[in-house]
Design a protein around this ligand. Structure first.
Ligand SMILES: [Zn+2]
Length: 260
């Protein structure tokens, strides 16, 4: 499985970075996680064919994770996509996503491709088959609105994305034994109390969760671009408790996630 980041910023963007979003390329399939920025532009730039994209995962309804959805669907319609698109999310997020598409009249467009809405209930524990050999499971995390973390597995490669969350015991369980943990790091340890209250984590806490869940690789993201700590400092903070590799993702670089 391969991962490529299109953005690593938190809610506020910078000149060099957009909101967190990334694509996964598995054997014979591809999926996009969260819809911000210009999704079709991102996919093309990464060498992925938007017309064969299998699924979009939406983690929650906050603006910075969902605003690109109408643009994605509109582009795919204009590009004459005929393959159905799976949109996977929790129930609350699916409701908002539907509203967003209706606002632009997209479901009524002539020749619109089919959207297969896959709504996962809170606490549901069964993996969903997204593509041949690739399964995906959502799990609830601790944020200010109903938010889902994501666990993706394909032939022994396991990747977990925390989405936006404060640290909690269940997160360690959900990430247990993954090869790669993508963990938000909205700030440094000196602001932990504030971050946790807002449903976010520090880099120190990301490192601890990676260590406790026995991940091999830790990708940090959701950086505060409004004068927040430098990424290198966040990496050092995470490394204090995590012995594996801590990666600050380079945008549009493809990272290989091997078998666990
Ligand atoms: Zn959020």
């Amino acid at each position: 499985m391969k991962i490529v980041f299109f953005g690593t910023a938190g809610a506020v963007q910078s000149a060099s970075d957009g909101n967190v979003r990334f694509a996964l390329r598995g054997q014979g399939c591809s999926l996009l996680v969260d819809a911000s920025g210009s999704p079709v532009h991102d996919l093309l730039k990464a060498g992925l064919d938007p017309l064969t994209l299998d699924a979009l995962v939406l983690t929650h309804t906050h603006t910075d994770h969902i605003y690109g959805l109408p643009s994605l669907v509109h582009n795919l319609w204009l590009m004459k996509r005929d393959k159905e698109l799976k949109i996977i999310s929790n129930t609350q997020t699916a409701a908002k996503a539907r509203q967003l598409l209706e606002l632009f009249g997209l479901p009524d467009k002539e020749g619109m491709f089919r959207i297969d809405w896959i709504e996962c209930m809170d606490g549901e524990n069964r993996p969903r088959q997204v593509a041949p050999s690739l399964t995906l499971k959502l799990f609830p995390v601790r944020h200010s609105v109903p938010t889902s973390g994501v666990r993706v597995e394909q032939r022994g490669a396991v990747l977990v994305y925390t989405a936006d969350t404060a640290p909690f015991e269940g997160l360690i369980e959900a990430a247990r034994g993954c090869r790669a943990l993508i963990h938000e790091a909205s700030g440094a340890r000196d602001r932990e109390e504030h971050l946790n209250r807002a449903g976010h984590s520090s880099a120190r806490q990301a490192g601890r969760t990676a260590a406790q869940s026995r991940a091999d690789l830790l990708f940090l993201c959701h950086f505060d671009c409004r004068g927040g700590p430098a990424a290198a400092d966040l990496r050092a903070e995470a490394q204090e408790s995590f012995g594996g590799e801590v990666i600050i993702p380079e945008l549009f670089r493809e990272y290989e996630i091997g078998e666990t």
